[in-house]
Design a protein around this ligand. Sequence first.
Ligand code: ZN
Length: 330
Amino acid sequence: MRDSPISATVDFEAEGVQHGFLKLPHSHDLSAWGSIMIPVTVVKRGEGPTALLTGGNHGDEYEGPIALFDLAQRLTAEEVSGRVIILPAMNYPAFKAAKRTSPIDGGNMNRVFPGRPDGGVTEKIADYIQRNLLPLADIVLDIHSGGKTLEFVPFAAAHVLPDKDQQARCVAAMEAFGAPYSVMLLEIDNVGMYDTAAEEMGKVFVSTELGGGGSATATTVAIGKHGVANVLKHAGILSGQPERHASVKLEMPDSRCFVSSETSGLIEYCVDLGASVEAGQVIARVHAVERSGSPPLDYRAQISGLFIGRHFPGLITPGDFLGAVAVPVE
Ligand code: ZN
């Protein structure tokens, strides 16, 4: 396979703190010989594990970029045993445009892994991460939130994996993150995900969904910052023990956890995030808006548990994710 067109202005093997860029050539109308400059920070001291910390996989999710831009300007080499690679905004064109996907090629970073060195810009970034950064990492933390169209209770996530030893290491890292909720997450569509790429490489991988609506709150940012520090302590890269917080453990046994809309209209949620729901309970009603006088269509939970995720905007269309219910364990 051809080499990546991306070059790093930092040396991942050098000791100390370096702030630089992943430089991706991108010729366009405003800059014929230009490049996309993706910020990256590397902090390394001595031998030890490597953590790869990423945010902005989707460009409209902010807890990750806030926690990681903040960590990048604070972290000193003296604090670190091993190496921390910080990529606050993986899909940098999407992040700069405040969009989920890239404004250049429409690429959804979390659907294009393992990427291509000769593909669109999003595939080129994915390919660089796949072949140059993931192999360096022992533990990978990818911080997501709901973005403009989704909202979640703040949770860290791991996946059910075929290798149960690897799964146990991912679960331990998820629990170390210390979000208010810890979810064994069922993915609707895991093909092309960064998660899957890292897990297939045998890495310890933790993801999150820390809020949503296309902004961040003081509470969700604090969860993100604590979580990053906790994962670095768990990995032995920062000294000290992770701060333990009570976390509600949840699992998602099957597709009954998800409810999608089959109609368009005005959505009226009947329960809020974090509420307990029973199978059959109405979680939302969708009002037709073409004319007045029609009854709303009810949408019901298909499984009993906690209501952990919802559509964020006030209007909904057929096929939109409407809600997720996860089942408490223990
Ligand atoms: Zn995301």
